[in-house]
Design a protein around this ligand. Structure first.
Ligand SMILES: *Cc1c(COP(=O)(O)O)cnc(C)c1O
Length: 417
């Protein structure tokens, strides 16, 4: 099962009515291509499933932070989950509504907190007691009240990759649920703090939604204790993390998951916030890369491509599997099993391993499900410029990021005097 939106027509791969060969010819490779309709449909599936229940879908900016994508979200009425000042400024540049911004992250600096308070964001998710004091002081300095929730660590196992599991005691995220009551009571007495919610985010690429409901059970117990202490919340934020289908995973449908959330929280009567990133943009994006050389030894066949780990890190970082398909069926080429590797000087530089393909140098490949944590995790390692990004939309295509030039790449560097 795949939620992807590509299809073959006249032996060419299309996305949203656009021939991806044309995109590659016009913009060169490597590049990222995103389907506007796929992004909009994914966001809308979340939003509609809430029905009349008070809610806010806050797109997690770190999944893909191109301002064209953020602007699409803003047009849909989305909120935003941010983790840095840079992301906040991107949301503003993309005409996002500051009153719908939620600020997460374990290490917020004073300048970041002050900017967030200055523009009036919806809520700061507090990840430690020290951070609560930093926010309290910043708000007092500015003569404002900071809306906050505590990001609680519910100690549940999200059963996902250890690097993207965040809701266990051993993780750096959030406040231990057993300490939350005491800290909430302290916060409720602070003049420059307004307690508005509770938050958790237990991990990413969850393919089973039961850990969310385990976390909710624990949050409800906490909220009952808060009520007993006269602390009434306005919202509950369940975080993001719903998985997508990369290969044969079968994550719950977004709409079904939301309906179960609404039912589980019906008695609370609070606004429900979700912070999805991957499940909105992941399957909407493709990474296009050209085969440069085919190389074989006794053990292996390698397809050396022009895209690399600096452009798309997930396979190297998490051993993630992403589907790799050719833009056209090359019936002249012999079918072999290839490792698809980039030009970066690291053995860990691969986009896929042991893929059966009939390819020749010059053929173009699409790495599927590359819309989330693709471009946003890219770097200039090996002094490779950041690639171009293109949005396709019902037969038309728009460049939403120019390929970085080599001089731009080192423009901020200086020779010694
Ligand atoms: C990364 C992150 C998300 C989004 O996770 P996805 O798996 O992309 O849905 C949401 N909330 C917080 C706090 C995050 O750190």
């Amino acid at each position: 099962m795949s939620e992807a939106k590509h299809y073959y027509q006249d032996n060419a791969l299309f996305l949203d009515g656009v021939n991806l060969n044309d995109v590659a010819n016009q913009h060169d490779t490597p590049c990222y291509v995103y389907s506007r309709s796929a992004i909009e449909e994914a966001w809308t599936e979340y939003d509609h499933a809430f029905g009349s229940a008070p809610h806010l879908v806050c797109y997690a900016v770190k999944a893909n932070s191109n301002i064209a994508i953020l602007n699409l979200m803003a047009k849909l009425g989305s909120g935003f989950d941010i983790v840095s000042l840079g992301e906040l400024e991107r949301v503003l540049a993309a005409k996002g509504d500051p009153a719908k911004v939620i600020f997460s992250g374990v290490g917020k600096k004073e300048v970041e907190i002050k900017r967030a308070l200055e523009i009036g964001i919806k809520c700061i998710n507090i990840e430690s007691e020290q951070e609560l004091y930093r926010v309290k002081d910043a708000a007092a300095d500015m003569g404002v009240k900071a809306p906050i929730s505590l990001r609680v660590n519910p100690n549940v196992d999200a059963k996902t990759h250890p690097y993207i599991s965040t809701g266990l005691k051993e993780n750096k995220f959030g406040i231990d649920i057993d300490e939350a009551l005491r800290i909430y009571i302290d916060a409720s007495k602070m003049d420059s703090i307004e307690v508005t919610g509770v938050d958790c985010h237990i991990g990413s690429q969850l393919t089973d939604d039961s850990p969310y409901f385990d976390a909710i059970d624990k949050l409800i117990i906490l909220m009952d204790k808060l009520k007993d202490n006269g602390i009434n919340l306005h919202h509950i934020d369940i975080g993001g993390g719903l998985g997508i289908c990369y290969d044969d995973e079968t994550p719950p449908a977004k709409g079904e998951y939301v309906k179960r959330l609404v039912a589980a929280l019906a008695e609370q009567g609070l606004e429900i916030i979700v912070e999805p990133g991957r499940s909105i943009v992941g399957n909407a994006g493709y990474f296009l890369t050209t085969v440069e050389f085919l190389k074989s030894n006794e053990e292996k066949n390698f397809a050396i491509v022009d895209g690399a780990m600096n452009d798309l890190l997930r396979p190297s970082l998490y051993s993630a599997w992403q589907r790799i398909i050719p833009l056209k069926d090359n019936s002249q080429a012999e079918t072999k099993v290839y490792d698809i590797v980039g030009p970066v000087c690291e053995t860990g530089d691969f986009l896929g391993k042991e893929r059966e393909l009939a390819i020749e140098p010059g053929d173009i490949l699409a790495v599927c499900s590359a819309g989330a944590y693709g471009f946003s995790m890219s770097s200039n390692y090996n002094s490779r410029p950041k690639v171009a990004e293109i949005m396709v939309d019902n037969g038309t295509s728009h460049q939403i990021r120019q390929r970085e030039s080599i001089t731009e790449m080192f423009a901020a560097e200086e020779l010694l005097p």
